[in-house]
Ligand binder design. Sequence first.
Ligand SMILES: [Cu+2]
Length: 152
Amino acid sequence: MKATFAAAFLMGAVSLPAWAAEISVTDAWVRASMPGQKVSGAYMKIQSDADARLLGASSSAIPRVEVHEMKMDGDVMRMREVKAIDLPKGKTVSLEPGGFHLMLMNLPKPIVAGDVIPLVLTVESDGKQQTVEVRAEARAMGGGAMQHQHRH
Ligand SMILES: [Cu+2]
């Protein structure tokens, strides 16, 4: 009796709950930061096998991570925090420069190309939340012109 219970518990602990969506994250990367720069962006491609929403993210290496969208407002590029990013079933959603991204805030130290930044995404599907662990490698991007300006 006891053994059966232990085995069932173990299985539950290592497999995904039945309700969880299968989330695959590919091509995750973070922009290396300039000295003195306090923010950077993280980008990736996300696909879910069920309708889901990315609600937020956190990192053990970064004090604060926000979900942002960048888009043209007239002829000015603006960035704002969004509550969630829709992940429609089966569709690959790209977080990329100039669009949706994760904003890494209050960087404790510069992010250097080759650094690996651990991120934990919070995803909701069918009214329930699950987390997805992602490791994003830092890449250097050419030039200050690409630098991400913050407006709130
Ligand atoms: Cu941003």
